[in-house]
Design a binder for this molecule. Structure first.
Ligand code: FAD
Length: 343
């Protein structure tokens, strides 16, 4: 069997890896667009999200799967991709403190949440008067290293193509491939092989910064309130992200960067230096479920997309699910099958 994967973001990379490991002959094409969601994402895996601290959708399926797949990549490439790193959750209002305690007593949540009497490695860098919770089983997936390593492998083994492939070319290429899978991120909104999908694209911005405090180099927890701060080592942090449903392009904007720095000032009590500013468009979807399945126009052409804000957590489980469908004819889960929009 031969498969062509179009797009080498986190979706295309993890799918290509999965098919490659199962002995399928693959080609991976990427147009090399300079700013992509995968290239600027922090790669945070956060088990509990939202104001109500609810477990991420299908977390108990996706988390062990993701950890295992990223570990396999680490073993194969001799590099570090996955880092277990808890999140120190800042709780400010009585309501937040109550909601955290209430959620903690919900069955199944003691594996992912705990109370924290102190600010841990952030002590001395936070404003006074805060309470803390800890999110366990959180992690960071190093997307840039993962993408670069797989790109190197694909080039050295001769299955990488530096090109943009559109729907018409893809249809012609079905003569050479059993399956063609589009993993284009937000650009799929223009792909007429997958019409009328309920995209709800969102732009996110983030900052790479340096905290000016001697203890910043030793921080070993992420920090979350409105933003998440991710320690990258040597006192550098990724801070983000903003959410915007209306935008002109994918570059950083003055207004959102100001917003990020204001939120940052609510979270830390030390000066910082901005090193880099980022913006990108996420492939977010109205019903917040991935898009998997065959084009209603051509049965050999598939989509793997809609990973939204959680590509790191979702990509491995759903790539394997799609591989089971392509290789073994197993049915797609109705929650992710794009036929939910075409029947
Ligand atoms: C600021 C920000 C922070 C984020 N933080 C996190 C986080 O902490 N954790 C997390 O899990 N997720 C996070 N996300 C979301 C995450 O980035 C996405 O879920 C994920 O990266 C989507 O990956 P993708 O492969 O579907 O799309 P993309 O990353 O957009 O990749 C698509 C690829 O396809 C290529 N391409 C597109 N069209 C074509 C074509 N026709 N031919 C050839 N190549 C093509 C592009 O060049 C690109 O390489 C964040 C997103 C943003 C914007």
């Amino acid at each position: 069997m031969r498969c062509l994967i179009i797009g080498q973001g986190i979706a295309g990379t993890v799918l290509a890896w999965t098919l490659h490991r199962r002995g399928i002959e693959i080609q991976v094409a990427d147009a090399g667009f300079p700013t992509t969601s995968s290239s600027i994402a922090a790669g945070i895996i956060n088990p509990v999200t939202g104001k109500r601290f609810v477990k991420s959708w299908r977390f108990d399926d996706c988390y062990p799967f993701a950890k295992n797949v990223y570990h396999q990549m680490e073993l194969a490439w001799g590099t570090s991709i996955w880092r277990d790193i808890p999140i120190l959750r800042l709780l400010e209002t009585p309501r937040e403190i109550n909601d955290w305690a209430a959620r903690l007593s919900t069955p199944g949540y003691d594996q992912v949440m705990a109370e924290s009497p102190s600010a841990g490695s952030w002590a001395g860098m936070l404003p006074p008067g805060l309470h803390f919770g800890i999110t366990k089983n959180a992690a960071r997936v190093n997307f840039p290293v993962l993408l670069e390593k797989f790109n190197g492998l694909a080039r050295s083994e001769g299955f990488h193509r530096s090109e943009r492939i559109g729907p018409d070319e893809a249809i012609k290429m079905t003569a050479q491939f059993d399956f063609i899978i589009f993993c284009e991120g937000y650009r799929a909104i223009e792909n007429q092989l997958f019409p009328n999908l309920p995209w709800q694209l969102s732009k996110g911005e983030a900052i790479l910064l340096e905290l000016d405090h001697p203890d910043a180099i030793a921080v070993d927890q992420m920090l979350k309130k409105t933003l998440t701060l991710v320690p990258l080592g040597a006192g550098l942090f990724w801070a983000g992200a903003s959410f915007n449903w209306t935008f002109e392009d994918n570059g950083p904007t003055e207004a959102e960067q100001r917003f990020l720095e204001q939120r940052l000032a609510d979270m830390v009590d030390v000066p910082w230096k901005v090193k880099k500013r980022h913006g990108a468009i996420r492939p977010t979807v109205k019903d917040r479920r991935p898009f998997l399945g065959a084009s209603p126009v051509h049965p050999q052409i598939y989509i793997f997309n809609g990973l939204g804000t959680k590509g790191g957590l979702l990509a491995p489980f759903w790539a394997s699910h799609l591989a089971d469908h392509l290789l073994e004819g197993k049915p797609l889960d109705k929650e992710v099958d794009i036929r939910r929009f075409y029947s």
